[in-house]
Design a protein around this ligand. Structure first.
Ligand SMILES: Cc1cc2nc3c(=O)[nH]c(=O)nc-3n(C[C@H](O)[C@H](O)[C@H](O)COP(=O)(O)OP(=O)(O)OC[C@H]3O[C@@H](n4cnc5c(N)ncnc54)[C@H](O)[C@@H]3O)c2cc1C
Length: 436
């Protein structure tokens, strides 16, 4: 009989990350040269980037705990690129800028790898690439993408034909695949905590359980008020609150649509997990608009994510939905027992690119990383750290991706309708191929 997901321990990551190191809340008035609001990857990467450049007077303030938001709940895929596809990037930015922007995401993958090593961050990293598997038999989408990446982005994704893929992954579902070798997967909450630890070890500060409730500028700089009534002062403030909107500046919040996506971890599968992945330990996602993403875990569970929605469903609903999705790919598992089910909020801008910049003198922001945030938050942290240390050059390529109104509440409906439309289109294509 299926064990119901435990409502108290909602995420596998929380259950498996070990004891939290814990960072004390702000309990008195204070100051720092730079204050970062939000203890997700974007905030932590900005702080780490500043410390790497010798600017150690930085304080990260997090309302809940480090990795409470998307950064502690995600699929754990570390790969190149952005939510916006490469073809659109090329069309919108032109060849040179698109290449630079894409290269920033690849450099970020490499930087994450280096940080894991340099700061001895234990986060179950599996540096064995990511497979982009074709849900359909028609492989023109794969060929076109591989060609585009090679021609314009100096990036070589390896072609894996259907027979070879079947030897790597025991699923009858897919056609061919592309293999992105320069990619890895990891335990996202352990990584967030490790990054926070590296900020503190480097001379920065992290405060948890401290919500910033107001932000104002005066002659001396920025004044932030905490929910406990303390005042923090700084020269510059960086808002990195993702889909967990801070409510501090309407222009920042209005440009974001928080969109939910779901993840489950099965019960340990023992030998059966190795049988599903006979020839790879890579993470896998597929070529549909509403794709599945999954990876094998060391304790023989299957971690599985998918779907996007404007609704935050209960763990039991998420478990039931994704259990069905798993059975479509691995029918041999039947109704696989799900031990953990949870959801998280991604932040999307209308243009599907990150928003990184300065809103007013000394008020900076980095948000809207969508479902492609592990590497891109790291890239954003580097861009902001460079800018805060005087070099704004890198930001120029991102300037066109500003803070347009995301259209709430109609934006939510449009996002859901778009999702359904693409989901319907994929289902139709699937039906046509199977009818042939
Ligand atoms: C389920 C899921 C799966 C995903 N899978 C992947 C994946 O496999 N690979 C990938 O690259 N990306 C993935 N993503 C996307 C990625 O996780 C995000 O893009 C990234 O974590 C965003 O980081 P962030 O720092 O911008 O936001 P968050 O991690 O959401 O952090 C924002 C933080 O700000 C805090 N905050 C908000 N308001 C305040 C305030 N007033 N005061 C203090 N603190 C405040 C919040 O508590 C929160 O901790 C996934 C996302 C989700 C939700």
């Amino acid at each position: 009989m299926q064990k119901p997901p435990d409502e108290r321990v909602r995420s596998y990551y929380e259950a498996s990350a070990g004891p939290t190191p814990g960072h004390a809340a702000v309990v008195a008035d204070g100051s720092a040269r730079t204050i970062v609001v939000g203890g997700g990857y974007a905030g932590l990467a900005t702080a780490r980037g500043l410390i790497d450049r010798g600017d150690r007077d930085v304080l990260v303030v997090e309302a809940e705990h480090v990795g409470f938001g998307a950064s502690g709940r995600n699929g754990g895929f570390v790969f190149g690129g952005y939510s916006l596809g490469e073809a659109s990037l090329l069309r919108q930015l032109g060849a040179d800028a698109a290449r630079r922007v894409y290269a920033r995401s690849i450099a970020a993958v490499n930087l994450i790898r280096r940080r894991l090593y340099e700061h001895a961050i234990e986060c179950d990293a599996v540096d064995e690439g990511v497979l982009w598997a074709n849900w359909f038999r028609d492989d023109s989408v794969l060929r076109e993408r591989a060609e585009l990446l090679k021609r314009h982005f100096d990036t070589d994704w390896e072609w894996v034909d259907a027979a070879r893929l079947r030897g790597m992954l025991d699923s009858p579902r897919y056609g061919a695949a592309l293999f992105e070798r320069n990619a890895l997967h990891l335990h996202p909450l352990k990584y967030a905590r490790g990054l926070a630890g590296s900020v503190v070890a480097g001379g920065g500060r992290v405060a948890e359980g401290t919500r910033i409730v107001a932000l104002a500028r005066d002659a001396e700089g920025w004044r932030l008020r905490t929910d406990a009534g303390h005042t923090l002062r700084c020269e510059r403030v960086v808002l990195c609150c993702g889909g967990y909107l801070a409510g501090l500046r309407p222009a920042i919040d209005r440009s974001i649509l928080p969109i939910a996506t779901y993840v489950v971890a099965t019960a340990p599968l023992g030998e059966r997990l190795a049988q599903l992945f006979p020839g790879t330990r890579a993470a896998v996602y597929d070529s549909r608009f509403a794709f599945d993403y999954y990876r094998p875990l060391a304790d023989t569970r299957l971690l599985w994510g998918g779907r996007i929605s404007i609704r935050d469903r209960s763990p039991a609903q998420v478990a039931a939905l994704l259990q069905r999705d798993i059975a479509r790919v691995f029918p041999q598992l039947g109704a696989v027992p799900i031990d953990y089910a949870w959801s998280g909020l991604m932040s999307y801008a209308r243009h599907e690119m990150p928003q990184i910049g300065e809103l007013e003198p000394g008020l900076w922001y980095a948000q809207a990383f969508g479902g492609h945030g592990l590497a891109t938050t790291t890239a954003a942290g580097e861009l902001l750290a460079e800018a805060l240390c005087g070099d704004r050059g890198g930001l120029a390529d991102y300037r066109g991706y500003g803070l347009p109104w995301a259209g709430k509440p109609f934006g939510f409906l449009a996002a859901q309708a778009t999702y359904w439309w693409f989901q319907g289109r994929d289902a139709y294509k699937d039906w046509r191929e199977s009818a042939r």
